[in-house]
Design a protein around this ligand. Structure first.
Ligand SMILES: C[S@@+](CC[C@H](N)C(=O)[O-])C[C@H]1O[C@@H](n2cnc3c(N)ncnc32)[C@H](O)[C@@H]1O
Length: 219
C-alpha cells in the first residue's frame, strides 16, 4: 500500500495499516539480521535524517538510472521513488532473497526493479536491463565486514558502472569506505549523521566528468 492510498482510509484503519507496515518491515529486517549478521551489518534501519543528508546532492531531474546496493527492507527505496523522475528506473540489488521477495511485494512501482544478486555484478545487472551506466549508486552495504576482496570488487565495479559525473553514495558506521574508494574516485566528499543507530559516516565519491577525467590505472 502506498502513502497516498493510506490517506484515503478511515483513521483507525490508517493507524493499523501503518503499524502493520512498520512492524512488518522491522520483523523482516530483524529476521534478516539474525540469519546473516555479517552480511546485514546492522539491526536497525537508517534514520530519516541519514536518508535526507545522503540524498541531498542528487540532481534528480537528470536521473535516468538510480541503483541501490543492500536495500534491506527498503528504508531508502521509498524516499528515492518519491523524488525519482517518472521515466527513470531504480534497480535495487540485495543478496538476501527474503528482502528481495519483501520489496517486490511491498513496492508495486513500475520504475522499481528488485534484483537478487551481488553488488559486485552491478555492470552485468544494469546491462541486462538495457543500461550502459547509472547516474548514482547508493550503498548501505557493510563494506568493512564483507569477505575477501568483495568490497574492493564492488568499489571497482561501481566506478565502471557510473556515468562520468556520477556519484557513489555510501553510508557506513566507520571510515573504511574512504580508503576503499580512494583509488577509484576522483573526489570524495564526506559527512556525518549523529541521529542514526549507530551514528554514521557519509561519503560521496564523484567520478570525473568526461572532459576532466584523469588517466588512471586500476590494479
Ligand atoms: C545494513 S543492511 C542495509 C539496510 C538498509 N539499506 C537501511 O538503510 O536500513 C545491509 C544490506 O546489504 C545486503 N548485502 C550484503 N552483501 C551484499 C552484496 N554483496 N550485494 C548486495 N547486497 C548485499 C544485506 O543483505 C543487507 O540487506
Amino acid at each position: 500500500m502506498q502513502s497516498n492510498d493510506l490517506a484515503q482510509l478511515p483513521l483507525r484503519r490508517r493507524i493499523k495499516a501503518r503499524a502493520e507496515r512498520l512492524f512488518g518491515a522491522w520483523g523482516v529486517f530483524a529476521r534478516g539480521f539474525i540469519k546473516h549478521p555479517v552480511m546485514v551489518g546492522s539491526i536497525v534501519p537508517s534514520s530519516d535524517r541519514t536518508i535526507a543528508k545522503m540524498l541531498a546532492p542528487v540532481q534528480w531531474q537528470d536521473v535516468k538510472l538510480f541503483v541501490e546496493y543492500g536495500p534491506g527492507v527498503g528504508t531508502f527505496c521509498r524516499p528515492v521513488l518519491d523524488k525519482l523522475p517518472r521515466n527513470a528506473t531504480f534497480i535495487a540489488i540485495d543478496t538476501n532473497p527474503d528482502f528481495i521477495r519483501y520489496l517486490r511485494k511491498t513496492i508495486p512501482d513500475s520504475r522499481f526493479i528488485a534484483v537478487h544478486g551481488s553488488a559486485a555484478d552491478v555492470c552485468e545487472i544494469i546491462a541486462s536491463h538495457g543500461f550502459d551506466h547509472a547516474d548514482y549508486v547508493l550503498s548501505g552495504l557493510p563494506l568493512s565486514t564483507l569477505p575477501g576482496t568483495v568490497a574492493d570488487d564492488i568499489a571497482k565495479a561501481t566506478h565502471s558502472a557510473l556515468k562520468p559525473g556520477g556519484a557513489f553514495l555510501v553510508y557506513q558506521f566507520n571510515t573504511f569506505t574512504s580508503q576503499l574508494i580512494r583509488p577509484y574516485f576522483d573526489r570524495i566528499d564526506r559527512g556525518y549523521e549523529f541521529w542514526n543507530v549507530l551514528p554514521c559516516h557519509l561519503f560521496w565519491g564523484w567520478k570525473a566528468a568526461a572532459a576532466d577525467a584523469p588517466e588512471r590505472t586500476h590494479h
